[in-house]
Structures are given as C-alpha cells and as structure tokens.
Ligand binder design. Structure first.
Ligand code: C2E
Ligand code: CA
Ligand code: CA
Length: 631
C-alpha cells in the first residue's frame, strides 16, 4: 500500500525504527490458529481426593469441550502447573501443601492469571477462602452441570481479559511508533535527506525568524544564495553519489560558518538569528545577522567564500569548488523572507554569469565590495613590489620635550604624490590576511632603523610598532619578534608593541597567552587608543601592559574644558596610579601641551611636534634644540 511504502521510506535511514515497524506490521493478529486443534482445547486442573469429584468432573467438563487433568497430591499438582498450563484450577478446600500452606493460596500466587475454584464443605472453609482473596467458591454438594458452565464462562472471560491486555500492549506500542513516525515524517517534510539541512520552506521559515530578530535588535540580516560554477560538469564527471558527498560537505561547511560567526542563538523569544539551508537541487542558503556595515557584510561573505572554496576530498578525488554567491541584506533590500531570498538568488545568477565570485543585490553595496576587493588586489601587488614605506612620528617627554621614541606608521605613496591612508588599507589588510606580511615588514623596518639610530649615538631611542590582533593569534609571532630583535642587535626593552584597545581586549585566551609570551621576551606593551573601546578598565590590572596611549579624541576636546578635560585627567591619574607610562596622542597645539603638563602627563605625540616623517627628519629633530627651550 502506498501509505505503508511512504512510512517505510520516511524511516529508511533509521534501522531501529524500520525494524520496529516491520515487527509491528508482522505482529498484526492473524486468524490462523483456528479452534478445533486438539492441542488448543481448554484444560482444567482438578486437585481433589473426593471420589465424587474425580468421577463427575471429567465427564461434565468434557461434555463442554474442556479437558480435565486430575491430581490427588497437592505438591505434585503445584509442580506440574507449568507443564500442564491449565486455563483454570479446581481444588478441594482441604488440600494442604508440605509446608502447611493451602494449595488454593499457593496457586493464586504462582500463576496470577489462573482462575482458581475452591470446593468447600463447610462455612469455616468458605470464610478461610474469602479471607485469602479467593472469590470463586462453590459449596458441596455440587450441581456439576451448573458448575461446568460457570467454569466455561470464567475461562472465556479470562481469555478475553488476556487478549484485551495483549491488544492494549500492541496499541501502546503502535501509538509509540506512530509518534516516532510522525516526527520522522515531519523531518522528511522540513529537512533535505542528503545533507540534513533545512529545505527551502524550512529555510524561509528560519529566515523570517532571523528577520524578526534583526528587526527587534536593530541589526541587519545578510542573506546569501550560494551556487557553484561548473557544478554540473563536476557531477557529470564524478557521478551522482559524488554529488551527494559534495552536498553533504558543503552543508557541513555552511554549518561551520554559522558557528564561526558566533554561537547559534535561539533567544528567549525563539528567534533564530542565523541559519543554513538547501534551497534548490544545487543551491544553498545562508542567513547571518550582523551590524550591516558594508565592511562587515564583505567580511562575512569573504569568509563564507574561503570556507567553500577550500579543497574538498571526494572519494579519491580532490575538487575545488568555485562558489557563486548572491547577497541581499535586510532591511535595505526588503522585509519579506521570500523576497530577500529571491533577491539574493537573482544576485547569485549574476555571479554565475561572471563565472564565479559574488554579487550584491544592491548596486551600492556591490560597488563598495568591488572597491574593497580592488584595493585588496592593489595592496597585494604593492607589498610584492615593495611600494609601502614606514614613516616615524616622534614621541616626546612633556617635561623636557626630548624625543624619546618614535611610532612606526605605514605609508602607501601613490604615483600622483598622494597617499592611501592606513585607515583605509589596514582594515582591508586585516580582512584579507595581508596584515601578517605587512606587520612583519613594519617590525623589521623599525628594528633596522632603530639599530641605525643607536649606532649614530641616540642609544635611548625606542620604537613603537602597531600590532593587529590578527598578528597576535599567529603562534609564530613571538618567535619572529625575538629573531628580529636579535638580527638587528636591539635590546628587547627598546621595542614597544602597540595594541589597539578594541582589537586586543577580545578576551581571547590565545591573545592573552601571546601577550605573556611577548612580555617574557622583554618587549614593552602599550594600550593604543585608550578610551575608545567599550571594555571595563578593570582589564588593565590583568594585562601585562606598560603604557597607556590616550586617544587623540580626548586630547582634542580637552581644551574645550568640561567633561573631556575631567576624563583625560582621570585617565592620566589612573595610568600613574597603576605605574604605567602615559602618552597623550593628537597633541596639535601649545594649549594641549600646557594642559598635559599641568596634569603631569609624561609623554606626548602629535602634529605640534611633527607628523610621521622619514628617518632623516627624525635625526634632525634629535639634534635640534628642544621645544621647551623655546617656550
Ligand atoms: P594610530 O596607531 O592611532 O596612529 C596614530 C594616528 O594618528 C596616525 O595616523 C597619525 O598620523 C595620526 N596622528 C598623529 N598625530 C596626530 C595629531 O596631532 N592629530 C591628528 N589628527 N592625527 C594625528 P595614520 O598614520 O593615518 O594611521 C592610522 C592608523 O592606522 C593608526 O592609528 C593605526 O591604527 C593604523 N596603522 C598605521 N600603521 C600601522 C601598522 O604598521 N600596523 C598596524 N597594525 N596598524 C597601523
Ligand atoms: Ca598606534
Ligand atoms: Ca592611537
């Protein structure tokens, strides 16, 4: 029958359930055990020493189609119970076992389903039976005809009871199985069997919930429609079984992406914030919440592309998929789940027509992402041909205006004499992984420069180098620092690593252990842009830092008085209290410097003294009379 096939199909991947179902369908009552079979005739056990009973019972019972097994010894009767398996027992009230127990009591205990009739000869015996819970009591002299009918009815009633119990058990079993089946059938309705991912309708449901969560939390929802270029060709070459392996692996990778962007959240209101699904025969969907800036959306899609494009082992082949990703974003591109997915799909077709890559539904985002990718490409080339340079900005003592250190800052000069700002290319370098080779280049350049200044007699000079959090998660970073210091003959104490408050204080265990490894080498650590992160400042007592660099925004506002002045002075006092060196950034005017002096700030950096310049200009400053001398 079709419905049975459907049920078996739904549970096909569940061996246990299939077996249970088979057993249940095999165990359906079948009317094959027809009556008339000798072995199936009813049997009554009569235990009696009474000659009249012994004579009449077999006759009357057999006239009702019931066999009668006679026993005169109560102990033997009890022992033969299993062998005889009677439907009913008739015993004399006076039958007593070897241990003194009444036979009727023992029979009742040993076979709970066995009805026992007791033939009593006196009121005393009747009372004893009733007290023992025996209700089938008959009194001598017996009307055997009547008694045999009674026995027959009791046997039928007991059989009915037993089969009723059996039916009830089967029913319970069937109901349990039905419940399991309905779960399986529901799953078959909402999940795609090859990947276990939500199917299109389920994905749309999750998308709608993600949209609701985004609306409530005032965030964005990035919807990706994902296909693969040349997928058909690959499948034709490798076969359908390989296609299933590929789909399964893609499903796993997408699920991994959900985890990479934070734990799967199913919040109190039951709103899912991220989801992956299979939205067509060779098409997947992904929905991720984020804050919706083009930078962040690009980061998400770049990560998804990288994860999907990584080589994939399929049987004995390694294949490289080329993802085609179409992206729409809630709320910009619409509010309905269906519309968002359709827009992502139309963008995906665009990506397909370009032979791979990605496409945004919104032209604005598309242009922005394309610009960033262009910049990434350009930066890669600039690194390869050595176009990037390092400039140095002096850091001076507030008290005597002596140059005590420099901050190494990257400069990317263009053919027309302009510069691309680090504010623009550092985030691109961080997202693309280029920050690692770039960071190493700056470190090496700064240490080489420092060794030249030391050799020229400016032995106190220190260099501060900005370090991105991506460098701190590279386990080889500390070794590289140690080797670079050794290579250029720099004492570790002359190198300072600046860690951005926002980047470093993610609380990651890897980052923290790297900071301690760096500290063990002997370099000093600074918290850069202090005051711009949203972390509690209690982290300061746990981190092995030496210096606080107060962000320029506080210094700019300080001169206007009010709260900024109070905050800057509190920051300086806090740093001093913790025994840290305090450097104020963005000092542009004499007024700034005077205020810092009045607050006992130790060092400063800013355009008042100099922007970042070439190394020779630093040497000139080192040789120049001090600013304080001119005041
Ligand atoms: P930052 O570490 O806070 O660097 C200080 C920035 O403030 C520099 O901008 C500097 O030129 C600018 N600045 C210095 N004095 C003044 C002033 O008085 N007024 C104003 N308005 N600005 C001042 P720059 O060079 O554009 O660098 C921007 C950011 O790029 C840096 O901020 C840093 O976060 C990042 N960066 C630069 N070089 C590197 C590098 O080698 N590695 C890493 N990871 N990041 C770098
Ligand atoms: Ca810095
Ligand atoms: Ca800074």
């Amino acid at each position: 029958m079709i419905w049975q096939d459907k049920i078996f199909e739904a549970v096909a991947d569940d061996d246990e359930l299939t077996e249970e179902l088979r057993q249940l369908s095999d165990g359906c009552p079948v009317e094959e055990e027809a009556s008339g079979n000798e072995d199936n005739a009813c049997r009554v056990l009569l235990v009696s020493k009474d000659k009249t009973s012994q004579k009449w019972a077999p006759r009357w019972l057999s006239s009702c189609g019931i066999d009668c097994e006679l026993e005169t010894d109560p102990n033997a009767a009890l022992q033969r119970l299993d062998e005889l398996s009677p439907e009913l027992a008739v015993v004399d009230a006076g039958m007593v076992l070897a241990d003194g127990d009444r036979l009727y009591s023992a029979l009742g205990k040993s076979a709970a389903e066995l009805p026992v009739y007791v033939i009593c000869g006196s009121d005393r015996e009747i009372s004893a039976c009733l007290a023992a819970g025996i209700v089938n009591v008959v009194r001598k002299p017996l009307d055997w005809q009547l008694f045999c009918h009674q026995i027959q009815r009791t046997i039928t009633a007991t059989e009915d009871h037993v089969s009723l119990q059996h039916v009830r058990q089967s029913l319970d079993q069937a109901l349990g199985l039905a419940a399991k089946l309905s779960v399986k059938l529901r799953e078959a309705e909402t999940f795609e069997p090859a990947t276990g991912l939500p199917n299109r309708s389920k994905f749309l449901d999750l998308l709608a919930r993600g949209r609701n969560a985004a609306e409530r939390d005032d965030t964005s929802l990035v919807v990706c429609a994902i296909g693969f270029a040349r997928f058909r060709l690959i499948i034709d070459a490798l076969g359908q079984q390989a296609a299933d392996i590929v789909k399964l692996e893609v499903g796993k990778r997408l699920t991994q992406c959900l985890h990479d962007f934070g734990p799967l959240q199913r919040d109190l209101e039951g709103l899912r914030t991220s989801a992956a699904g299979i939205t067509g025969s060779e098409q997947f969907g992904l929905a991720l919440t984020c804050y919706g800036t083009s930078k962040e959306v690009l980061k998400l899609h770049r990560h998804v592309s990288d994860v999907l494009a990584a080589p994939m082992q399929v049987n004995s082949n390694v294949i490289n998929l080329l993802p085609c990703i179409g992206i729409s974003v809630y709320p910009q591109d619409g509010g309905q789940a269906e519309a968002l997915l359709q827009k992502a799909e139309s963008a995906m077709r665009e990506a397909h027509s370009m032979g791979g890559g990605f496409s945004y539904y919104s032209a604005e985002m598309d242009a922005e992402a394309a610009n960033r990718l262009r910049l990434e490409h350009k930066l890669r080339e600039a690194i390869n041909v050595g176009e990037l340079q390092v400039a140095y900005q002096p850091i001076n003592n507030v008290s005597d205006d002596r140059v005590v250190a420099v901050e190494a800052l990257l400069r990317w000069p263009q053919a027309d004499g302009s510069f691309i700002s680090p504010e623009e290319f550092i985030p691109v370098a961080e997202e693309s992984g280029l920050i690692k080779p770039l960071g190493l280049f700056v470190l090496d350049s700064a240490c080489r420069q420092l060794s030249e200044w030391h050799a020229a007699g400016f032995s106190w000079m220190r260099a501060c180098v900005n370090v991105s959090k991506w460098q701190l998660t590279d386990s080889e970073f500390a070794d590289f620092i140690a080797k670079t210091l050794e290579k250029h003959g720099i004492a570790p104490g002359n190198l300072d690593l600046e860690l951005s408050e926002r980047g470093v204080l993610s609380g990651s265990h890897d980052v923290l252990s790297m900071l301690f490894r760096l500290k063990a080498i002997g370099v000093t650590l600074s918290i850069d842009d202090f005051g711009t992160g949203d972390s509690a400042i209690s982290y300061l007592k746990d981190l092995p830092v030496d210096t606080l660099k107060i962000d320029k925004s506080y210094v700019f506002d300080m001169a206007s008085g009010g709260k900024s002045h109070a905050i800057a002075s509190a920051m300086i006092a806090l740093g001093q209290r913790l025994g840290l060196t305090v450097i104020a950034e963005g000092v542009e005017t004499r007024e700034h410097l005077e205020l810092l002096r009045s607050l006992d700030c130790e060092q400063y950096q800013g355009y008042l003294k100099s922007p970042a310049v070439a190394p020779d200009a630093i040497v000139e400053m080192l040789c120049q009379p001090r600013l304080s001398d001119a005041i």
